[in-house]
Design a protein around this ligand. Sequence first.
Ligand SMILES: [Zn+2]
Ligand SMILES: [Zn+2]
Length: 256
Amino acid sequence: MNIKVLGAHNCERQDQKLVSLLVDGVLAIDAGSLTSSLSLEEQRKIRAVLLTHQHYDHVRDIPALAMNLFLGGAATRIYSIPAALDVLAGNLLNDEIYPDFRQKPEHNPTLKFTIIEPHKAELIEGYTVLAVPVRHGVPTVGYQVTSGDGKSVFYTGDTGPGLAECWRRVSPQLLIIEVTSSDKYAEWAGESGHLAPSLLKQELISFQKVNGYLPRVVTVHMNPDLEEEIAVEVAAVAKELGCSITLAYEGMEISI
Ligand SMILES: [Zn+2]
Ligand SMILES: [Zn+2]
């Protein structure tokens, strides 16, 4: 399985993009930087997009992707929980801010919305996809994606601390987890449904307790202004726990 990090941050700058992952070129997870990172040809290869939650930085490129696909006569499926699909349809695809590509063109709509139920594994484009609720200010799920050869990645989406229940449901080789802020703002992070390195450490200890091992860890959703501090603090956590933790960056490719 090849995972490409299209966007690794929580704020956009010239060289930093909002979170999006692309699995084997066909399965996208979150949509913060799908159109700005991919050629038209690459966008047309996306067979499905999994959305973790409704926040703008995670759904933003769905309308832009839809317009590109519509103009080229292509289509894709958008999977998420009802809250995220409702907010997306009601606010970004409402025929006011942009067309409702769920109805357009009439006979083969560009976007097909599909509700995904937490804790129920689904076969999507040849991958087994399991949505697992995490802890954020709005309903949010992380996704474990497992390929036919048994390789699996779990991406948390945005989450705060308290993932013990989640760890009981997943056992990936690769964990892509959010670390939004440095420890200077750990209290704010925890309260607002995000993680800082010290909170990440607690979650990894919890993962190990439940699963008996630590996976390779890659962090995303970093605040660009805090990234240098996050890198130093995350390196200390990795050393302490004796595991590999890497900060993601735009264009990073991970093979598992
Ligand atoms: Zn969020
Ligand atoms: Zn976010």
